[in-house]
Design a protein around this ligand. Structure first.
Ligand code: ZN
Ligand code: ZN
Length: 295
């Protein structure tokens, strides 16, 4: 409450002590106005002015094929359908799911990708050919939706693989998007194109109107803890909430289950607090420890 009062008195935003606020509103005020941080995300969309923001809201068309998506798939689809690219590697990548409180959620369950590979989301960075891993020269937005190809990963090709893949009648009309590679880059051949990955460090969840969070505190699959600011209550109207932090290693056991099997798993039967992370996720927070050194 002290923090809420400070934010109101500081004139950053009205209503922090009396109204419900969305986490992104709160985070934006903290990052932009209080900490004076530069926007975390610098985005580019062909033909539009560059955009800067602190969070990315997933925005995709419903797809019956995608039953239980991973965060990786959702980010790729959101960038693909909005023609977005990152112009630089972010130190922190905050991603909002397509859901709105208890009234709407697009997916029953989402698999939290522990690592988010952003190599192919970067606008001017070397990318490996989807088929042979040589340096790619062009991307195909149509092949991204081709059901014969893998469900994860954008689809870019070297000249040879582009010609072969697009010699098939159904793909002849695909339009190549030329890729720009940093001047002087000559890697790619044997060494392979370096990948740029971000690590998941927290998940914010909401079931009805109360937010809870998960924090990944170590490298093991089971290194998770759970925070609930209203885990218990002392006294009646004039009482107070009792917050709690608990270890929740049970979350890890669901990370590697194949999506088809996870789709069948009833949320109610999931161990401990795992259901809350897999079924109620609202926001995923990723970090890039290397970039965080500079920013
Ligand atoms: Zn190739
Ligand atoms: Zn294509």
């Amino acid at each position: 409450m002290n923090l809420r009062q400070e934010l109101t008195q500081g004139g950053y935003c009205a209503g922090f002590t009396s109204e419900e606020k969305d986490p992104e509103e709160f985070l934006n005020v903290i990052m932009q106005q209080v900490l004076g941080l530069e926007p975390l995300l610098k985005l580019k969309s062909e033909g539009h002015k560059d955009q800067e923001c602190y969070c990315h809201q997933i925005f995709i068309d419903p797809d019956d094929e995608l039953l239980v998506p991973t965060v990786q798939q959702l980010v790729e689809r959101s960038f693909h359908s909005n023609h977005l690219k990152l112009t630089e590697v972010p130190s922190c990548f905050i991603i909002q799911m397509p859901r709105f409180g208890k009234s709407y959620k697009m997916f029953e369950k989402i698999i939290p990708s522990l690592e988010l590979d952003i190599t192919d989301l970067l606008s001017e960075s070397p990318r490996g050919c989807f088929v042979c891993d040589e340096l790619a020269t062009q991307e195909c937005e149509d092949c991204f939706k081709d059901k014969l190809f893998s469900k994860t990963g954008l689809k870019q090709f070297c000249d040879t693989c582009w010609t072969q893949v697009h010699s098939q009648a159904s793909r002849r009309r695909h339009v190549p998007l030329a890729l720009r590679c940093p001047a002087g880059y000559e890697g790619g051949r044997r060494a392979g194109v370096p990948r740029e990955r971000m690590q998941l460090f927290a998940v914010l969840c909401i079931e009805t109107s109360h937010y809870v969070s998960f924090v990944k505190y170590g490298p093991q699959n089971s290194d998770w803890m759970f925070f609930d600011s209203m885990s218990d209550r002392h006294g009646g109207e004039s009482g107070y909430n009792i917050p709690s932090v608990t270890a929740c290693p049970e979350v890890g056991q669901y990370m590697d289950i194949p999506p088809a099997q996870l789709a069948k798993q009833s949320g109610r039967d999931m161990a401990g607090v795992a259901k809350r992370q897999f079924c109620d996720a609202y926001m995923y927070l990723y970090q890039n420890p290397r970039m965080a050194v500079y920013k």
